[in-house]
Write a protein that binds this ligand. Structure first.
Ligand code: 9MR
Length: 372
C-alpha cells in the first residue's frame, strides 16, 4: 500500500496530466481558424448534427461546433419516421433540444425535412387510400411546421422528389396526391410557419436533366402564387469528379428564378462506388477492393480532396451574391454516413476534419482562399 501522501501526489500528477491534455486539445481547437468567421461576409457555414452532438454529450465537441459553424441541420431527428412515429403521436423531444442548442450557441436551424419518400413512419405502409394519405400529409406539415414556427430559420419542405431524368419520383405522395403535392406542401408550410424560409432540396440537381426538372418544379410552385425561397443542392460528390461547370450553371439558373442557392449536405467521397448521387435505397456488395483506405488515406488522394474542396469554395465565393449557405454533412470523417453507405463498415474521409477533429489539408486550402 502506498502511504497517503504518495497517493495524493500521484492523483495530483494524474490530474495535472489530464489538464494538460485537455488544455492542449482546447488550445488546438482554438488555434485553428474558424470556418464561420472566415466566411462570415460571404455565406453561412453549416453542419449536420447527430443525437450525441445535439445532447452535448462531449463538451469539447460542443465548443468545437459553436466555434466552426453558424447553421445546422438535424441529420435524422426531424424526419417523419422519428418525429411522427404513430398516426396521432408526434415526438418533438430531440427537435426541441436542437432548437435550444441553436439558441444557446447562435446557430440557425434548418428543419430537415417535411416531405420525403424515405424514412417515413412504418404506419404509412398500411395506408392505401387517397384520403388517408392526404390527411397524413396535411396534418404532418401543419403540426410539425406549426410546432417549430418562429423556432427554426428554414425548412427543407420537400426533399428528393425528382428522378435523375427530371421527372417526378413515384413516391407515395405522387401516387396518391398527384403532381400538385409539391405546391401543396409549400402552401401548407407557408401557412403553418409564415416567417420561415422554405426550400426544395435534392442531390444531383446540378446535373442538366435533373436540374431542368428542378427548375420546372420551382416555376410551378411560384406560378401557383406560393412562396419558395431557395433550392438546396446537396453536394454528395466524388473525389476528382466534381462537376464544377454544372454546378456553376445551376447556381446561375436557380438564382435567375429568384432562388437562394445552398449547398446543403456537402461531402466528397473518396471510396469506390459505381454510381453517382445519394439515393439511400441504393446499396453495393462488398468485395476486397471496396475498403481500400482502412489504415490511412494515401497522400495523393488527400491532396486531390484538398484541391477539390478548394475549387468548390472558389466557385462558391465567386457566386457569394447567390449562395447563402454551405452545409457539411457531418462534423468529422468518423461520423460521416459514408462509412456505412452504400456498403456498411468502410473507412471514408469525406469532410474537412479527421477522426480526431483535426483539420485536414482540405481545411487549410479552403481557409487559404480568404487570405492574402
Ligand atoms: O446521414 C443520414 C443517415 O444517417 C441516415 O441513415 C440516412 C437515412 O435515410 O439519411 C442520411 O441523410 C440523408 C439526408 O437526410 C437526405 N439526403 C441524403 C442524405 C444521405 O443519405
Amino acid at each position: 500500500m502506498l502511504p497517503n501522501k504518495h497517493i495524493i501526489a500521484l492523483s495530483a500528477a494524474v490530474l495535472l496530466l489530464a489538464n494538460v491534455t485537455t488544455e492542449k486539445g482546447t488550445a488546438l481547437a482554438q488555434s485553428i481558424p474558424s470556418l464561420k468567421d472566415t466566411f462570415k461576409k460571404d455565406f453561412g457555414i453549416g453542419t449536420a448534427l447527430n443525437n450525441a452532438q445535439i445532447e452535448e454529450r462531449d463538451p469539447q465537441m460542443t465548443e468545437f461546433i459553436a466555434r466552426q459553424f453558424n447553421m445546422a441541420t438535424p441529420e435524422n431527428i426531424m424526419k417523419s419516421a422519428l418525429i411522427h412515429p404513430k398516426w396521432d403521436t408526434y415526438d418533438f423531444s430531440m427537435g426541441d433540444k436542437l432548437v435550444d442548442f441553436g439558441r444557446k450557441h447562435n446557430i440557425k436551424i434548418n428543419g430537415h425535412t417535411l416531405i420525403w419518400h424515405s424514412q417515413l413512419p412504418s404506419f404509412i405502409r398500411g395506408i392505401h387510400s387517397q384520403d388517408s394519405i392526404r390527411t397524413f400529409f396535411t396534418d404532418h406539415i401543419k403540426t410539425v411546421a406549426g410546432h417549430y414556427k418562429g423556432k427554426v430559420f428554414s425548412w427543407d419542405v420537400v426533399n428528393e422528389a425528382l428522378n435523375e431524368d427530371g421527372t417526378l419520383r413515384k413516391s407515395v405522395f405522387l401516387q396518391y396526391l398527384g403532381d400538385d403535392y409539391i405546391t401543396q406542401a409549400f402552401r401548407l408550410a407557408q401557412e403553418a410557419s409564415p416567417g420561415t424560409e422554405l426550400y426544395y432540396n435534392d442531390y444531383n440537381n446540378e446535373q442538366p436533366a435533373k436540374r431542368a426538372g428542378c427548375l420546372a418544379l420551382i416555376k410551378k410552385v411560384k406560378e401557383a402564387g406560393v412562396r419558395i425561397d431557395g433550392v438546396g443542392i446537396q453536394g454528395h460528390w466524388h473525389v476528382g469528379k466534381i462537376p464544377l461547370n454544372d454546378i456553376e450553371e445551376s447556381i446561375n439558373q436557380y438564382a435567375a428564378l429568384g432562388m437562394k442557392v445552398m449547398f446543403t449536405e456537402l461531402d466528397i467521397e473518396v471510396l469506390p462506388r459505381n454510381f453517382q448521387g445519394a439515393d439511400v435505397g441504393q446499396r453495393m456488395t462488398a468485395n476486397e477492393q471496396s475498403n481500400p483506405y482502412a489504415a490511412a488515406l494515401p497522400d495523393s488522394v488527400q491532396q486531390q480532396l484538398a484541391a477539390d474542396y478548394e475549387a468548390l469554395f472558389k466557385l462558391f465565393l465567386k457566386h457569394k451574391d447567390k449562395v447563402t449557405r454551405v452545409t457539411f454533412w457531418g462534423i468529422n470523417d468518423g461520423q460521416s454516413w459514408l462509412n456505412n453507405w452504400p456498403i456498411r463498415g468502410r473507412t471514408s474521409y469525406p469532410l474537412l476534419f479527421d477522426r480526431n477533429n483535426q483539420p485536414k489539408p482540405a481545411f487549410y486550402r479552403v481557409i487559404g482562399l480568404k487570405k492574402g
